[in-house]
Design a protein around this ligand. Structure first.
Ligand SMILES: [Zn+2]
Length: 233
């Protein structure tokens, strides 16, 4: 009887350990990895927006350069006419000269605008590169985090499976009726097998009468206070 109770006590300890592991497994924190993924998604969106903005601005620059070339050509043609010597009237000459000067100012302003836009394009490209670098780092971190999670889970699975095997093997060694009794008690009491330590129940600490203890060798003893099966060492 004592050997059987010892096996049950062992089974109980293993099942407790199993429960702790299941708890730990469910507490594995995937929060950090999830947070990293959200960051990656946000930065990716940002980069796409900047890229789009830069492409638009590049098109604007190209169009502006075409326009500038056209205006410059016109201006040069006007200036050629102005200095060709064919215009003899002073008033017309003055008027045309004023017009040419105004055009030159317009061209200078236009060149400035294009330059600013091109500088902004360069700045956007630098931003994109910077964000891409951050993204690469975060992707790497995320990959490692995921690997770590998978490793942790596998570790728990392995331990749980080993415990499961040990439990099954113990169950086979315990008498069926006793096992049923144990399972029945376990539905009402956590850890239904208690040891007798210093003549008291190890679970509720209430003393066991010595008259009861003396019967321990031949029959099942229960703690009269908490109802647990008693294993007398
Ligand atoms: Zn008790």
């Amino acid at each position: 009887m004592k050997e059987q109770l010892k096996l049950l006590y062992e089974l109980q300890a293993l099942e407790q350990k199993k429960m702790r592991l299941v708890n730990q497994k469910s507490n594995i924190d995937a929060g950090e990895v999830r947070h990293l993924w959200q960051e990656i998604c946000l930065i990716t969106q940002d980069v796409a927006t900047i890229r789009e903005k830069r492409e638009c601005l590049e098109k604007v620059c190209t169009r502006q350069q075409d326009d500038l070339a056209e205006i410059t050509k016109q201006c040069e043609a006007d200036e050629n006419k102005l200095y060709s010597g064919n215009i003899t009237k002073l008033k017309e000459l003055e008027e045309r000269k004023t017009k040419c000067e105004a055009k030159r100012r317009e061209i200078a302003g236009f060149e400035n605008e294009i330059l600013n836009n091109m500088e902004f394009c360069d700045k956007l490209l630098a931003d994109i590169n910077e964000q891409e670098e951050i993204l690469a780092k975060k992707r790497q971190e995320h990959g490692l985090g995921q690997q770590e999670l998978v490793k942790q889970l596998a570790h728990f699975e392995q331990q749980l499976s080993e415990l499961e095997t040990s439990c099954r093997s113990l169950e086979k060694q315990v008498d069926n009726k006793l096992l049923l009794r144990f399972r029945d008690l376990a539905r009402r009491l956590p850890n239904p097998v208690a040891k007798v330590e210093n003549n008291a129940c190890s679970a509720c600490r209430v003393s066991i009468p010595s008259s009861q203890l003396s019967r321990g060798g031949s029959e099942l003893l229960y703690c009269e206070h908490c109802g647990r099966l008693l294993l007398v060492d």
